[in-house]
Design a protein around this ligand. Structure first.
Ligand code: F0G
Length: 467
């Protein structure tokens, strides 16, 4: 296994964190109904719930906050952001939003009618929710290589072009938008190749379908392309990103990821009329189109983040750190999604706890275990998140996998922190046969994972493990 990459920065401001005692952690779990979304963040030691908005900004970004121009209209930070986004994407119209999902909401409200189809390599949850909200139908067509979650394939984020063509044939004229999520979060932060982008773009052009990128992690995608796609190696990361965007009609971004900022997003498009309509809608729901629900200083942080993110020093360290964690967990016994993605490690909790059936939520067993063992917060991506009753059909839904995601905030945790995560996992793995599942005591109708309260089922043996 490779060494942990060396951080290409030193630490200038620190935020104290504290590990509660085991007894305190037990109490917090009980109070939270065994749902880590209900924990207070200050009770968490290492927070791997998400990589979204949780990163550390650079001194250049912090410096930029003082340069915030808080004018209502036309602030200078908007023009800076516009210039940076135009340079990377080539799209002339740049409209800031307060985060990714508000961009999705506006775009899909304008682009979709009831019964339209949207095809994606995989819709992220909020993207899917916004498509459904319009009465349209989101279809995921991920590359067939991702059905085998442990098989190494360089571009598991790709869209399956064959099935895309078939769908277009079977629903003539009804597929309106194609979304390429780069990287493809829901299948494990896997990249999309330039070759796939070209093929998808060609299909879209032939059938008059708009091609949009959901580009929250476009820089991590560019890094993987530079490492894995032979005819792209030797090109700069910015050139690779520019090439990818050149095939599309537009994009939206949650700048809380590869924008290296704590809040922000934008829409960027070629189409003059669509841009005009987004701007009209902005005024009603987000704010004047040059600030998009953000302060001038936030726009500056995003502009500077986007200028920093496409550097090899940063991306090599970033993806190397995630890889180090994945390989270390794998060595400690975990079955993980491979290849290791750009922003997170996904552990197969179903494989770890074969005695816990999906309806007793093995992913939750591991999630609760991580908090118990090390004050570590992760997230279940399994039958709590995707199971339950379909509100439309009343049918029981089944999650395809019982995963736990460990998402790594950018530039926040050191090798020592992540070693602690591996050590906690080692203890959980040693005690896996004695672990028990959960039952839901309360759940909401939609997105139950955020609010559910659970009860721990009696374990086979009552003894606890670890410190
Ligand atoms: N698209 C992708 C691919 C995302 O991963 C997210 C958020 C969004 C859109 C929505 O952006 O949060 O700014 O409104 N993903 C976070 C996560 C929440 O944890 O993966 P947002």
């Amino acid at each position: 296994m490779s060494d942990h990459p060396i951080e290409p920065f030193r630490i200038k401001a620190v935020e104290p964190i504290r590990l509660l005692t085991r007894g305190e952690r037990e109490q917090r779990l009980t109070d939270a109904g065994f749902n880590v979304f209900n924990l207070k963040a200050e009770d968490v030691y290492i927070d791997l719930l998400t990589d979204s908005g949780t990163g550390a900004m650079s001194q250049r970004q912090w410096g930029g906050l003082l340069q915030g121009d808080e004018s209502y209209a036309g602030c200078r930070n908007y023009y800076h952001l516009q210039e940076v986004v135009q340079d990377i994407t080539g799209y002339p119209h740049v409209i800031p939003t307060h985060q990714g999902r508000s961009a999705e909401h506006m775009l899909f409200t304008l682009l979709l009618e009831k019964g339209d189809y949207v095809v994606s390599n995989t819709h992220f949850d909020t993207t899917r929710a916004n498509v459904l909200y319009r009465g349209a139908i989101p279809i995921d067509l991920p590359d067939p290589s991702c059905t085998d979650v442990t098989a190494d394939h360089p571009f598991k984020g790709n869209l399956d072009c064959e099935r895309f063509e078939e769908l277009i044939q079977s629903k003539p004229g009804r597929v309106k938008v194609c979304v390429l999520t780069i990287t493809n979060n829901s299948v494990g932060g896997q990249p999309v190749s330039v070759t796939n982008v070209k093929q998808v773009a060609e299909i879209c052009k032939r059938h008059d379908i708009r091609l949009m990128f959901d580009c929250a992690r476009f820089a991590e995608n560019a890094w993987f392309v530079s490492q894995r796609e032979h005819d792209q190696s030797g090109r700069s990361l910015k050139e690779i990103a520019q090439t990818i965007f050149s095939y599309g009609d537009g994009c939206w971004m949650s700048s809380k990821k590869d924008g290296l900022a704590n809040i922000g997003g934008f829409v960027a498009v070629r189409d003059d009329e669509l841009a005009e309509r987004v701007r009209e809608m902005m005024v009603v729901i987000e704010g004047f189109p040059t600030y998009g629900g953000l302060a001038g200083r936030d726009l500056e942080a995003v502009a500077r983040g986007l200028e920093e993110v496409l550097t090899a020093e940063y991306l090599e360290y970033r993806t190397g750190q995630v890889e180090w964690l994945g390989e270390s967990l794998s060595e400690a016994g975990a079955q993980i999604v491979r290849p290791i993605g750009g922003h997170a490690v996904f552990i197969d909790a179903g494989a770890m706890y074969p005695h816990i059936p999906p309806h007793q939520f093995p992913g939750q067993t591991l999630t609760v275990g991580f908090y118990r063992e090390g004050g570590i917060r992760t997230v279940e991506i399994g039958s709590i998140m995707f199971g339950g009753t379909d509100p439309e059909t009343g049918k029981q839904m089944q999650a395809p996998h019982e995963f736990v995601r460990l998402a790594i905030p950018r530039r926040v945790y050191t090798a020592t922190h992540l070693q602690l995560v591996v050590d906690a996992y080692r203890r959980l793995y040693a005690a896996r046969e004695r672990a028990s599942g959960f039952a839901i005591e309360y759940q909401s109708r939609f997105l139950r994972h955020f609010t559910a309260r659970l009860r721990e089922l009696p374990s086979r043996e009552s003894e606890t493990v670890g410190r």
